[in-house]
Design a protein. Structure first.
Length: 287
């Protein structure tokens, strides 16, 4: 087996049982530190059992728990002393303007989406969205704005898409009719909101699948979600949403390609039906 343990988890996430996925998510949320604790501690963090942790290692052919921890320690040692690590530190010490620092930091956050989102989970999310007859999307204090973007764009690709502005208020009824052909998409970033956990429970009780988009530390709602896509949000003075937006646009792009011609036809209908007055430059108007 080659690559890191993280690589192995990413490559085979879609093969894991729901309980094993909880362990994998707990490890990835605090990698590799979570794995350097005891098996019982990792199980407690994941909300599962120690046998589930051991079954996961067996499924991935990683070996015993001590062997698993030894590999993690070797990864830490190798990264700390590698030429890449030293080069990264050298680059990070290069003087920059305030704009340079801000944009470089955010471009790096976008790049890390490839490191935090398992491809199998992303593919499962796209497949679920494309196959859903109804989709209800909700967000938190800030993430609601990205939820709206996702809703507006998906609505141009397929029917049955709505955004719950007040999911436990005036829009609660949107969840009442959910069933196994429906999906609830929930955005919940850190300083997690109790609303997200309640929405997940509400949707799951009606048989719907739940897609959670959250940060690396994982919303408590991840415990019951079917698919979890975590992204990095670290920035100052506020958390950054550039990775969340990049992931959202990637979901829309992949969903469009999955649905294919029906999505394109719906876009044509939107284009032909919706009238939007636009301002043009004088020279464009006279040409």
């Amino acid at each position: 087996m080659t690559g890191t343990i993280k690589d192995e988890f990413f490559a085979r996430m879609d093969l894991l049982s729901p309980a094993e996925k909880k362990v994998a998510r707990a490890l990835l949320a605090d990698y590799p530190s979570a794995g350097l604790k005891s098996a019982a501690s990792l199980a407690k963090t994941a909300g599962t059992s120690t046998p589930t942790v051991l079954r996961l290692l067996s499924r991935l052919d990683i070996g015993t728990y001590p062997e698993f921890q030894e590999r993690l320690r070797q990864e830490l040692s190798g990264r700390g002393n590698s030429p890449v690590s030293r080069a990264e530190k050298s680059i990070s010490s290069t003087p920059e303007t305030a704009l340079d620092r801000s944009l470089i930091a955010r471009s790096e956050v976008v790049r890390t989406v490839l490191e935090t989102v398992p491809p199998g989970e992303f593919d499962a999310a796209v497949k679920t969205i494309a196959a859903s007859e109804r989709i209800v999307i909700s967000g938190g204090y800030f993430s609601r704005y990205i939820a709206r973007i996702l809703g507006l764009q998906l609505d141009q690709l397929q029917g049955g898409v709505t955004v719950a502005e007040e999911p436990l208020g005036r829009d609660a009824a949107l969840y009442f009719g959910l069933d196994r052909n429906a999906t609830a998409i929930v955005f919940d970033m850190r300083r997690y909101e109790t609303t997200a956990r309640k929405i997940v429970t509400l949707a799951k009780n009606r048989g719907a699948r739940v897609l959670l988009i959250t940060d690396e530390e994982l919303s408590p709602a991840a415990e019951d979600a079917d698919i979890v896509l975590p992204v990095r949000v670290d920035a100052a003075p506020f958390d950054t949403f550039v990775a969340v937006l990049a992931l959202t646009e990637s979901l829309v792009d992949a969903t469009f390609r999955t649905i294919g011609e029906p999505a394109l036809q719906r876009m044509r209908e939107w284009e032909e039906s919706v009238q939007i007055s636009r301002t043009v430059r004088q020279e464009q108007a006279s040409s």
